[in-house]
Design a protein around this ligand. Structure first.
Ligand SMILES: Nc1ncnc2c1ncn2[C@@H]1O[C@H](COP(=O)(O)OP(=O)(O)O)[C@@H](O)[C@H]1O
Ligand code: SF4
Ligand SMILES: [Mg+2]
Length: 348
């Protein structure tokens, strides 16, 4: 894992990124009746060589963020700077060149691999779009090398996806992600569909590859416990917004946002003494619809600390004013009017 990243140059800078999906009614005369605010103004940095975990409940906009960064969806507003260049505005060859450096590993290894293609064709497919990376004569050897790198037998190059286990298929997906020697890999819940015992193996492999190829990762998960081991920093999303972001110590040991505290209070703690000292927070109600988010703070309909101000004024993602002069881990960005520590972790 990388050193504390604050002094280093970001490789990716995301600024006020927005994606609204239009909601229409009628078949012939489509009327615009609103929008699903899947991503609604998100800013963060990814630093060279680090892993940024992005966590939040299903439907909060994580995959949409990933697709926006990959240019698989067109942003409604906002910018994504890759080494200082806004990639949301690129087209044609310039876009293709940047896309080569940012690759994605998808969630479900069962559906993301074409069942009619051999492993060799799947892993080598990116070379069809970027032949400059591997001339035709070299491709099979390159694919064999990639299979070896992800811990698969290169002799399996002519097999089909159904001949592999879930963990092996995700290794195939990772090999394909590596084919173009990218600098950034966006991993959208890469282990969520796998058995717990296999999850750790795939995460260990990804850590090894990160060191070997100097990769920067965005690692998306719906559970804080999955990304803990691999992340240098973690961002917590709620209903299209970033609720809190910080280093692993800041988020796991000193969370100040009630949503993060609630998520952490639900993570199993192995130490019985620590378990006894912490408070379990059960969130009431469902996640509101992203087509009609609550005014002010989006979390307020489920927050046990909500006050009148929370409905009127949107809390911005920033270091809370009263912690600005603190040099302790409590001083990190949290989008809450009443950000403060709470012993939900037990181990603190
Ligand atoms: N193509 C689309 N059209 C309309 N709504 C979409 C589309 N893709 C995603 N959404 C909606 O945007 C919200 C965020 O979805 P998504 O980014 O997939 O969340 P997550 O990955 O965190 O589960 C959800 O309400 C989802 O239904
Ligand atoms: S701003 Fe208010 S509603 Fe939102 S998280 Fe903070 S206390 Fe809760
Ligand atoms: Mg998703």
């Amino acid at each position: 894992m990388a050193e504390p990243s604050k002094e280093r140059e970001p490789i990716l800078q995301v600024r006020n990124l927005v994606k609204h999906f239009p909601l229409t009614q009628g078949i012939v005369f489509k009327r615009h009746i609103g929008a699903v605010k899947a991503v609604d103004g998100i800013s963060f940095e990814l630093y060279q060589g680090e892993t940024l975990g992005i966590v939040g409940e299903s439907g909060c906009g994580k995959s949409t963020v990933a697709k926006l960064l990959m240019n698989l969806e067109q942003a409604t507003a906002g910018e994504v700077f890759y080494k200082g260049q806004d990639i949301t505005k690129l087209t044609g060859r310039a876009q293709k060149a940047v896309r080569r450096n940012i690759q994605m590993v998808f969630q479900d290894p069962y559906t993301s691999l074409n069942p009619r293609m051999t492993v060799g064709d799947i892993v080598g497919e990116p070379y069809e779009i970027h032949p400059e990376v591997a001339p035709k004569g070299d491709r099979r050897q390159k694919v064999r090398d990639l299979l070896d790198v992800v811990g698969l037998n290169p002799e399996y190059i002519n097999r089909y996806p159904h001949q592999f286990s879930g963990g092996q298929r995700q290794r195939i997906g990772i090999a394909r992600g590596l084919a173009l020697n990218p600098e950034i890999i966006i991993c959208d819940e890469p282990v969520s569909a796998l058995d717990v015992s296999v999850q750790a193996q795939v995460i260990n492999l990804m850590e090894k590859l990160q060191d070997e190829f100097n990769l920067s990762y965005i690692f998306i998960a719906h559970d804080l416990s999955i990304v803990r081991h691999i992340s240098d920093r973690v961002g917590v999303m709620y209903l299209g917004k970033m609720a809190e972001i910080g280093t692993d110590t800041e988020i796991y040991e000193h969370p100040t946002h009630p949503y993060t505290q609630a998520l952490l209070s639900a993570v199993p703690v192995p130490d019985p003494e620590a378990r006894e000292h912490r408070e379990r927070i059960i969130l009431s109600g469902d996640v509101p619809s992203p087509a009609n988010p609550p005014s002010g703070c989006r979390f307020r309909t489920r927050c046990w600390k909500a006050e009148a101000k929370c409905a009127e004024e949107e809390p911005l993602l920033a270091i809370p004013q009263r912690f600005v002069d603190s040099d302790t881990p409590v001083a990190h960005e949290s989008a809450c009017h009443f950000a403060e520590e709470k012993d939900v972790v037990g181990a603190a």
